[in-house]
Design a protein around this ligand. Sequence first.
Ligand SMILES: *Cc1c(COP(=O)(O)O)cnc(C)c1O
Length: 390
Amino acid sequence: MEEAKRIRQLPPYLFARIEKVIEQAKAEGVDVISLGIGDPDRPTPDHIIDKLCEQAHNPANHRYPSSVGMISYREAVAHYYKNRFGVELDPKIEAVTLIGSKEGIAHISFCYLDPGDVALIPDPGYPVYGIGALLSGAESFVMPLKAENGFLPDLDAIPAEIARRAKLMFINYPNNPTGAVADDSFYHKVIAFAREYDIIVCHDAAYQDITFDGYCPPSFMEYPGAKEVGIEFGSCSKSYNMTGWRLGWAVGNPRVIEALGRIKSNIDSGCFQAVQYAGIAALTGPQECTCEMSEVYRERRDIIINGLNHIGWNLAKPKAAIYIWVPVPKGYTSISFAEYIFKKTGVVITPGNGYGEYGEGYFRIALTVEKERMIEAIDRIKDKVGHVEF
Ligand SMILES: *Cc1c(COP(=O)(O)O)cnc(C)c1O
């Protein structure tokens, strides 16, 4: 039963390995605090759950949905874009429902990458971008995200012969894992670059509603020319604490949206309609819940940043997303520091190299545990690790 090459080439899923270590420690009685996986810990708001329950009782929703999604859900996505960003979208041809944005992020590569083609992939980054290219038999070209560039890719560093072979470019702001955000001039550059080399930009905006200190991230779709060169992936997962529901979208260039829909209609049969109705309630209902969640994450962010800065780090506060991206002290690698912290304190952090080679030298903290546990984690680190040097 020899597996196909594409499966054998898949790297082991980082979190599966971490889960194993945690399970073992828990069995040995360790009080583990996991700051590892970025999965919102608070429940989905009630008005969204109520809509699901109501619609789950309607037999019309028990049948196969449309693989590109209900028009009413795509209209709700368009409504959200109009409200939030002042962006006009035609829900019929410029929006597709996704079974979580991860689904679309993986499938877009099947739409555009043949063997010999190149996908431009941010590193460190969400692993799914590169996996899509790998499963398509295409090549990934890594765009390093470095602190000195504000964790934005340096487009001028991409060789012209690579850019000419590139069909897709993935970017993601507010960024996982670095917490970085992008400004107008970056997006203008991306659009000009994509035009010059005929590249489809895939902007992943999973964290666009989790923001702090008055910061409001733009949508890629706000920029002149964006719709000609690309699409944006969005998700209910982080905005409304709905990771388990599997509901997202892609919007933008109608040809790209149509291609994504065509792949989907051959692979899946769309998203449960009752879940899409719940998504409509999320996107068109009161948005205070996202502000309240942002405030919860902001408080947790401040506990971590202030705590680490107290013992020798010099971290700035990220403006968005649910992560703190932290350099490891002198004498450690990402892995050895994560192991050291875990052994000493029972606190799980994610080694940065799990997000790519340019993540080496960093670790990631996810802000997805309650503040009492955050304080406990920081107290243990202060106690058992103490002052650090760089
Ligand atoms: C969480 C996350 C997503 C969202 O995935 P869903 O499939 O919509 O749950 C997408 N991109 C990044 C970078 C993420 O961290």
